[in-house]
Design a protein around this ligand. Structure first.
Ligand code: COA
Length: 166
């Protein structure tokens, strides 16, 4: 069972950075500092999932406005995918967003993860999704997605998604 914790040390931040690189960008041949290129203005927070002392997943979010937060990066190690770690990360993220009175979570989902986000209560958001030639070469397109934070309901993405029949 993986544990999900907020990143508070430089060591944990470095492990998260490496995981994101290995899962998200290295397979596409993108440069090692691509995360820096993709960074946004705003207060950032990070979550790390670990299992038996090994890093198996991570999430980066950025406050983009008063009550809005962007889920910027999400990755689960390839050998650990499909075991509920992505769901645990997003559920913890949702819980934290809720405690901070966030009203809307948004993300730029890859076409390969859109269904995952839909299962967790996200829906298509208005606006034009970005395009990137290198991602397109690898068959990756993007979709803007959002989830409104429901105050007064359990802070659990899986509960909300299931109650919608997701
Ligand atoms: C997408 C990702 C974060 C999902 O994490 P995960 O730990 O593999 O997913 P979970 O095991 O928590 O899955 C939760 C549910 O979503 C489903 N799901 C997971 N990935 C899915 C996908 N790509 N498409 C459709 N459904 C998916 C699972 O079957 C599961 O459903 P269930 O509860 O009915 O069994 C992970 O696979 C990953 O890192 N992929 C590569 C990088 C990526 O695409 N990141 C997102 C960038 S926007």
């Amino acid at each position: 069972m993986a544990t999900v914790k907020t990143v508070t040390t430089a060591d944990a931040a470095a492990k998260l950075d490496e995981l994101l690189w290995v899962v998200l960008w290295q397979p596409l041949g993108l440069p090692r500092d691509i995360r820096h290129t993709l960074s946004l203005e705003g207060e950032e927070f990070e979550l790390l999932a670990q299992e038996n002392g090994q890093v198996v997943g991570g999430l980066v979010a950025v406050w983009t406005g008063g009550t809005e937060i962007e889920l910027r990066h999400l990755a689960v190690a390839s050998h650990a995918q499909g075991h509920g770690i992505g769901r645990s990360l997003v559920t913890e993220f949702y819980r934290i967003a809720k405690t901070k009175n966030c009203e809307r979570i948004h993300t730029i989902a890859r076409n390969t993860s859109g269904e995952f986000f839909r299962m967790l209560g996200f829906q298509t958001a208005p606006g034009q999704a970005p395009e990137h030639p290198i991602f397109r070469e690898h068959g990756i397109s993007f979709e803007l997605m959002e989830r409104f934070v429901e105050q007064g309901t359990p802070a659990d993405c899986s509960t909300a998604a299931r109650s919608r029949g997701g």
